[in-house]
Design a protein around this ligand. Sequence first.
Ligand SMILES: [Zn+2]
Length: 159
Amino acid sequence: MSPIEYLRRANEVAKRARANGNTPFGAILVGPDGIVLLEQGNAEGELHDATAHAELTLASRASREFSKEFLKECTLYTTCEPCPMCSGGIYWTNIGHVTYGITEARLLKLTGDDEKNPTFAMGADKVFAAGQKEIEVLGPYPEVEAEIVEVHQGFWKRA
Ligand SMILES: [Zn+2]
């Protein structure tokens, strides 16, 4: 599958997260052979855990299931650029590649100062640049922006 197809799959996960009472974010983990290993939506609502962002929850699950050596070869696809907390989780679990659909700056325009997601203005690349590992970051993908934004419509005060 192409990056666009994986991002669309992550966006389906985001739709389910929203339908289940969580914020509209989704992420998937793809192995070096292209197989989707894990899917994870935002789970803040379900788990009553404000740190249960899709990417951090996915990284935690991946870390319990796979070795750091294996995760170095995996790619985390996420609808929106990971926040600094999730970028930290990706760093510590050793996931080697990250691909996102829309930038954190684009997300910030959607959420504004909504208390459900007072978005950072600090891209994942800045977090990774301050670390000691090479983590490949790809994105944004304008081809999927409209689809991803659509899942956020009506959720935030501004969107
Ligand atoms: Zn996050």
